[in-house]
Design a protein around this ligand. Structure first.
Ligand code: CAA
Length: 285
C-alpha cells in the first residue's frame, strides 16, 4: 500500500497527466482536475496511449494498465480535492494563477493534507506562504516525459517540516522515482544548470558558430545526451526556457543568466518549439 491513499493533481497538461498516471500506477486513488473538459479529455487520451505503449513494451501487463486507468477520475470541480491526502499542482507557470488555486485548496482541503507544487521556477517558500500550512508545503518537480524520467527533484521551502519532506521522499520512491532533495533557490538544481546550457547553445547558433543540427550532434555524439540542447529546448518549450532564464536573471541578479536575444525573438514570433509546430526545428502533426 502506498503511504498516501488519495492524491489530487491540479492541471491536466503534459506534466499533470504524467503525474496522475504515475500516481495511479503505484496504487494511489488519483483525481485529475482542470477547468477545461477538452483538456481533461486530451489528458485521458495521453494517459491511455502511454499505458498502451508500456503494455506493448511489456513494462506492465494489459490488466495493470486497465487498473491504473480505472484509478484516475477526471473532474472540472476543484472541490473534489477535499478528501485528498496530497495535492500536486501542475498548472501554468504564473504566480497569480497558482495563488488563486492554492487559496481555494487551502480553504477546502483537510488541515493535514500535504501540498506540493510541480513548479520549475517559482520559489516554493513564496508559494508556501500563500497557504496557512507552509510546513506541509513542498516542491515535487517531475520531468517530461513523466512516465519515463526517473527523477523527482524534491524542494524544501524555508518552513517545510522534516516530516513532510520524509513523506514526499517516500511517496516519490513508491511512484518508482528517485527523489533528490534540494534547497529552494532560483531554478533549484535542475534548471539552474540545464537552462544556461540550453541558452548557451542558442548563443552558439545566434553568433553563427554552428547550425542547430551541428550543435545537437555535438551533444548527442560527444556527450551521449539523448537529445541535443536545441531539440530539448523545443521539447520543453521556448517560452518555458525564456521564463526560467528570466527567473534565474532576476533571482541571482547576475548578467551571466541573460536570455539569448534569439530566444527572446523566437518567443515573440510565436515559435515556441514542438507545441507550436516550430522552434529551432519544424514539426508536423
Ligand atoms: N509514456 C510511456 N513511455 C514512453 C513515453 C511516454 N510518454 N515516451 C517515451 N516512452 C518510452 C518508449 O516507449 C521507450 O521505451 P523502451 O525503452 O522500453 O523501448 C523509451 O521511453 C524511449 O522512447 P523512444 O524510443 O520513443 O524515443 P527515445 O529513445 O528518443 O526517447 C525520450 C525519448 C525518453 C524523450 C528521450 O529522448 C529523452 O530522454 N530525452 C530527454 C528528455 C529530458 O531531458 N527531459 C527533461 C526535460 S526538463 C523538464 O521536464 C523539467 C523542466 O523544468 C523544464
Amino acid at each position: 500500500m502506498p503511504c498516501l491513499e488519495k492524491v489530487a493533481v491540479i492541471g491536466a497538461g503534459t506534466m499533470g497527466a504524467g503525474i496522475a498516471q504515475v500516481a495511479a500506477s503505484s496504487g494511489v486513488q488519483t483525481i485529475l482536475i482542470d477547468t477545461g473538459k477538452a483538456q481533461l479529455e486530451k489528458a485521458r487520451n495521453t494517459i491511455e496511449t502511454s499505458l498502451q505503449r508500456m503494455a506493448s513494451k511489456g513494462t506492465l501487463t494489459q490488466a495493470q494498465g486497465m487498473e491504473t486507468a480505472k484509478r484516475i477520475s477526471f473532474t472540472i470541480d476543484i472541490t473534489d480535492a477535499e478528501e485528498s491526502d496530497l495535492v500536486v499542482e501542475a498548472v501554468f507557470e504564473r504566480e497569480d494563477i497558482k495563488r488563486e488555486i492554492w487559496e481555494k485548496l487551502d480553504a477546502l482541503c483537510k488541515p493535514d493534507a500535504l501540498f506540493a507544487s510541480n513548479t520549475s521556477s517559482i520559489s516554493i517558500t513564496q508559494l508556501a506562504a500563500i497557504s496557512k500550512r507552509p510546513e506541509l508545503f513542498i516542491g515535487m518537480h517531475f520531468f517530461n516525459p513523466v512516465p519515463v524520467m526517473k527523477l523527482v527533484e524534491v524542494i524544501r521551502g524555508n518552513k517545510t517540516s522534516d516530516a513532510t519532506a520524509a513523506k514526499i521522499m517516500q511517496l516519490a520512491q513508491e511512484l518508482g522515482k528517485t527523489p533528490v532533495e534540494v534547497k529552494d533557490f532560483p531554478g533549484f538544481v535542475s534548471n539552474r544548470v540545464l537552462m544556461p546550457l540550453l541558452n548557451e547553445a542558442m548563443f552558439a547558433v545566434y553568433e553563427g558558430v554552428a547550425s542547430p543540427e551541428a550543435v545537437d550532434h555535438v551533444f548527442k555524439l560527444g556527450m551521449a545526451h539523448p537529445m541535443g540542447p536545441l531539440t530539448l529546448a523545443d521539447f520543453i518549450g521556448l517560452d518555458v526556457c525564456l521564463n526560467i532564464m528570466e527567473v534565474l536573471q532576476d533571482g541571482f541578479g547576475d548578467p551571466k543568466y541573460r536570455p539569448c536575444p534569439l530566444l527572446k525573438q523566437m518567443v515573440a514570433a510565436g515559435k515556441l518549439g514542438r507545441k507550436s509546430g516550430e522552434g529551432f526545428y519544424k514539426y508536423q502533426g
